[in-house]
Design a protein around this ligand. Structure first.
Ligand SMILES: NC(=O)c1ccc[n+]([C@@H]2O[C@H](COP(=O)([O-])OP(=O)(O)OC[C@H]3O[C@@H](n4cnc5c(N)ncnc54)[C@H](O)[C@@H]3O)[C@@H](O)[C@H]2O)c1
Ligand SMILES: [Zn+2]
Length: 401
C-alpha cells in the first residue's frame, strides 16, 4: 500500500493514579498541628538524591484576612517553626518549602469575574520560582479557591495546590471538587480546568467568622446531597436546623463533614470525576441556581441560589407527581428553618428561567438531563421539563409552600 494511503491509529487506555487528600482539623496554623507539615513534607518525586529547593506562596481571601488579623503572623510562624528557623521545631528538613509570599486576593465572586486573580497567580508562580515540586496555598471561600486554583492549574501546566477552605460551602462541597474556574460574563465557571489539589485542609475554626448569609448558604449543598444520597443526613439536618441556623458548631460540624464526605465519595467512586457524561448527578437544583446567579449578575450568592433551585426542583417533583407532597414540604420547611430562601422575584419571568435549561444542556452537551426526586434519598433523572409544571411549582413557593 502506498505510504500516503495508510491510516494508523494508536488507541490505548491510559490509567493514571491520583490521590485526593482531605483532612478536617482545627487550628491548622498552630505550630503543634502536624497536618500542614505532613502535607508539605511529602518527598520530592524523581530520582535525584540531591534535596531540591522547594518554595510556597500563599493567597488569602481578603475577608478572611480582615476577620483574622493574626493569620499572616501565624502562617509565618508555622512555616518558620516547621523549617526549624525559629528554633521551636527540631524537624529541620532542607526539602521543606520556604514561604516566599503571602498575598491577599479580593474575596467573594469578584475573584472569578475577570482574569485578574488568575493572571496574578501565574505571574507569582513565575516570579517566585514555584516549580512543579513547590506549592501554591489558597485560603478562602469557594470563589477564591476556584480562581487561585485555576491559576495554579495552568502555570507550568499545573503546580501543587493546597486548599484551605474557609466557608461552610467551601468545606462541605467546593473544596472537595477536582475542578476550578472563573466566570465568563454571566456564564458561571465557563473558563476552568479539572485538576486535583495536592491536599485539602478544612479548619472548622475559620467558619466562626463567616457572615450569616454565607454560613447558612453552605447548608443548601448539604441538604442537596442528603436528598440525593443520604436520608439519615436529611433527618439530622431537619432535627438540628434551628441550632445550625443559630450557628451551633456542635450541630453544624457533623453535617458539614458528612456532606464533604458524600461529595468526596461521589468524585472518588462515582465513575465520572471529570464529568464527561451528560448526566450530572450532584447538580440537583443547579440548573436553576446557575441561571439565577447569572440573571442577578452574581448578586445572589451560590448557596442561596442552590436553596431556591433545590426548592423549585423539589416542588416540581411534587407537581409532576413524582414525589409525595408531604415529603416535598419537609424539604421546603428544612430550607426555611436554615434561613435559606425558597423563591426569588425573578422566578416571575418564566421564559427567562426556562432559557436556563438550554444553557444547562449546552454546558453538559448531549441530551438534557435533570435530576429530580421520587422521595428523600431517591433521585431520578428526567430529560425534559414541562414549563407549565414548572410554573405551578414556582406558584407554590410564592403562595408560601
Ligand atoms: N469548584 C467547584 O466544584 C465548586 C463547587 C461549589 C461551588 N463552587 C463555587 O464556590 C463559590 C461559592 O463559594 P462560597 O460560598 O464559599 O462563597 P465565597 O467564596 O463568595 O465566600 C463568601 C464570602 O465570605 C468571605 N469569607 C470567606 N471565608 C471567610 C471567613 N472565614 N470569615 C469571614 N469571611 C469569609 C468571602 O470573602 C466572601 O465575601 C461560587 O463561585 C461557586 O461557583 C465551586
Ligand atoms: Zn453548588
Amino acid at each position: 500500500m502506498p505510504h500516503s494511503n495508510r491510516t494508523i491509529t494508536l488507541d490505548t487506555p491510559l490509567l493514571v493514579q491520583f490521590r485526593h487528600r482531605v483532612t478536617f482539623t482545627r487550628g491548622v496554623f498552630s505550630v503543634t498541628n502536624p497536618t500542614l507539615r505532613s502535607v508539605l513534607d511529602s518527598p520530592t518525586r524523581g530520582t535525584t538524591t540531591e534535596p531540591t529547593t522547594r518554595r510556597m506562596v500563599a493567597f488569602v481571601d481578603s475577608n478572611v484576612l480582615g476577620a483574622h488579623p493574626s493569620l499572616l503572623g501565624d502562617i509565618q510562624k508555622y512555616m518558620a517553626s516547621a523549617t526549624g528557623k525559629s528554633g521551636t521545631s527540631p524537624t529541620s528538613d532542607t526539602s521543606f518549602p520556604e514561604l516566599t509570599l503571602i498575598e491577599a486576593v479580593p474575596g467573594g465572586e469578584q475573584a472569578k469575574q475577570s482574569m485578574s486573580v488568575v493572571d496574578r497567580v501565574v505571574r507569582v508562580v513565575d516570579e517566585h520560582g514555584i516549580d512543579r515540586q513547590s506549592f501554591v496555598m489558597v485560603i478562602g471561600g469557594g470563589a477564591v479557591l476556584d480562581a487561585v486554583g485555576f491559576g495554579a492549574s495552568i502555570a507550568h501546566r499545573g503546580v501543587r495546590l493546597i486548599r484551605v477552605p474557609t466557608t461552610t460551602l467551601a468545606q462541605d462541597d467546593a473544596g472537595m471538587a477536582v475542578k476550578n474556574g472563573i466566570n465568563l460574563g454571566s456564564k458561571k465557571n465557563f473558563i476552568g480546568s479539572f485538576t486535583l489539589p495536592h491536599a485539602v485542609i478544612c479548619d472548622t475554626n475559620f467558619l466562626q467568622s463567616t457572615p450569616d448569609w454565607s454560613w447558612c448558604g453552605g447548608f443548601s449543598e448539604a441538604v442537596k446531597i442528603a436528598l440525593l444520597r443520604d436520608p439519615e443526613l436529611f433527618n439530622r439536618i431537619e432535627r438540628d436546623a434551628a441550632a445550625i441556623a443559630r450557628r451551633s458548631m456542635d450541630a453544624a460540624t457533623p453535617v458539614i463533614i458528612r456532606s464533604a464526605e458524600l461529595h468526596y465519595r461521589h468524585i472518588m467512586s462515582g465513575g465520572d470525576p471529570f464529568e464527561t457524561n451528560s448526566a450530572r448527578p450532584l447538580d440537583f437544583g443547579h440548573w436553576l441556581a446557575h441561571r439565577l446567579e447569572g440573571m442577578t449578575n452574581g448578586a445572589l450568592p451560590h448557596g442561596q441560589a442552590v436553596a431556591i433551585g433545590v426548592a423549585i426542583d423539589t416542588l416540581y417533583s411534587e407537581c409532576a407527581g413524582l414525589m409525595p407532597t408531604q415529603e416535598a414540604r419537609r424539604v421546603i420547611a428544612v430550607l426555611r428553618a436554615l434561613d435559606l430562601p425558597v423563591t426569588h422575584p425573578l422566578l416571575a419571568s418564566l421564559d427567562g428561567i426556562v432559557a436556563g435549561l438550554t444553557e444547562f444542556r449546552e454546558h453538559l452537551g448531549g441530551r438534557l438531563t435533570i435530576t429530580l426526586l421520587r422521595g428523600i434519598g431517591d433521585p431520578v433523572d428526567v430529560h425534559s421539563i414541562d414549563p407549565a409544571t414548572l410554573g405551578a411549582a414556582i406558584a407554590l413557593t410564592s403562595r408560601g409552600a
